[in-house]
Design a protein around this ligand. Structure first.
Ligand SMILES: NC(=O)C1=CN([C@@H]2O[C@H](COP(=O)(O)OP(=O)(O)OC[C@H]3O[C@@H](n4cnc5c(N)ncnc54)[C@H](O)[C@@H]3O)[C@@H](O)[C@H]2O)C=CC1
Ligand SMILES: CC(=O)[C@](C)(O)C(=O)O
Ligand SMILES: [Mg+2]
Ligand SMILES: [Mg+2]
Length: 332
């Protein structure tokens, strides 16, 4: 059974007098900075330049400073810039100012696990990895909840790394539901495998494939959109609240029979084999290599795919139906 920590295991005392530098003010950075500040902790936002993130941080009442400025004054440095950027920020803006006993904190283990950042022995290295998108980390917190997270310690120079990880987890709201202890290796590999084969890759391609098949067969795109894309949230919400069994009980007997039989036909052993192949590619480090190469080339594959998605029929139809979808949302 996994080790789960909750509110009673976490205490702010160990970090309440420490200066926390949050590097990056994007999806996670903004959520962490706001939640930690609301939790009464001492947060400085460190950024590269005066752009969108800088303006947003100011609008949110922070006084952002340049990265090295934030790092020089910090006891705890939290890396919330993109994974592909972290090693440069580390080399140029963090390493020169490292102090004995400083903390390097991550929201995903990529750079440590794949050894793109190799900190000296006299710092603590630990992670709090929220299992959800940044805006949700903020939204749940504001409404009294929190997104569950994984915590891991890579280097425990102080002997107190886990206590500090739990305190930060508490500060972002994650110990309200609870946090699960893991390792950098397990978090990094499972996060990548999950987002590729399931969350960001597999499910969305299945949704798009189902949508486009219906459209190619001559059905109205609006009808196809509500069926294959919009209703996904409702089905997933029931799984989220009541499990797969609960979802199957909520749908019709016809959907149960059709879903059970055709689901296994579409997502067959061959798909499982390819999920495993993709997972092995993460585990071997081959995916990391490939992604670094793509990033170094200026991310042409990502750019092209983003454009393709933006111009796709499903996106166009979704945008056209957004008002209708919004009108239907629960009002409180
Ligand atoms: N997006 C998410 O919901 C999740 C992200 N994570 C992890 O959190 C970390 C941060 O990811 P996101 O919040 O998605 O990042 P993001 O892309 O939303 O935000 C990045 C921030 O870094 C800044 N930035 C971008 N390029 C930069 C550069 N070249 N130099 C310096 N700063 C730069 C941006 O201005 C922005 O403030 C990553 O390790 C990611 O794996 C973990 C869980 C979920
Ligand atoms: C939001 C999240 O958890 C992801 C999919 O792992 C990520 O954004 O990297
Ligand atoms: Mg991820
Ligand atoms: Mg994730």
């Amino acid at each position: 059974m996994a080790k789960i920590y909750t509110e009673k295991d976490a205490n702010f005392d160990i970090i309440k007098n420490k200066k926390i530098a949050i590097l990056g003010y994007g999806s996670q950075g903004r959520a962490w900075a706001l939640n930690l500040r609301d939790s009464g902790l001492n947060v400085t936002v460190g950024l590269e330049r005066e752009g969108n993130s800088w303006n947003q941080a100011k609008k949110d009442g922070f006084n952002p400073v340049h990265t090295e400025e934030a790092v020089k004054n910090a006891d705890i440095v939290i890396f919330l810039v993109p994974d592909m950027v972290q090693r440069y920020v580390y080399r140029e803006k963090v390493q020169p100012y490292l102090k004995d006993g400083m903390d390097l904190v991550f929201a995903h283990g990529f750079n440590i696990h794949y050894k793109l950042i190799e900190p000296p022995n006299n710092v603590d290295v630990y992670m709090i990895a929220p299992k959800g998108p940044g805006p949700t980390v903020r939204e749940y917190f504001v409404h009294g909840g929190g997104v569950p997270a994984l915590v891991a310690v890579q280097q425990n120079y102080s002997g107190k790394a886990m206590e500090k990880a739990l305190a930060i987890a508490k500060g972002i709201g994650a110990t309200r539901p609870g946090v699960i202890e893991t390792t950098f290796k397990e978090e990094t590999e499972t996060d990548l495998i999950g987002e590729q084969t399931d969350l960001v890759g597999g499910i969305t391609e299945l949704m798009r494939t189902a949508f486009n098949t219906l459209v190619e067969m001559g059905y109205q795109p609006e009808v196809a959109y509500f069926e294959t894309i919009n209703e996904m949230k409702m089905i997933v919400d029931i799984i989220h609240d009541k499990g797969f069994y609960g979802m199957l009980k909520a749908v019709s007997d016809t959907a149960k029979y059709g879903g059970i039989t055709v689901g296994k036909y579409v997502i067959n052993e061959d798909v499982k084999k390819r999920v495993r192949e993709a997972a092995e590619k993460v585990r071997s480090g081959k995916f990391a290599e490939e992604w670094i190469e793509e990033y170094n080339r200026g991310s042409p594959i990502v750019k092209q795919a983003m454009e393709e998605v933006q111009n796709s029929l499903e996106e166009k139809i979704g945008n056209e139906l957004r008002d209708m979808i919004e009108r239907g949302k629960p009002k409180s």
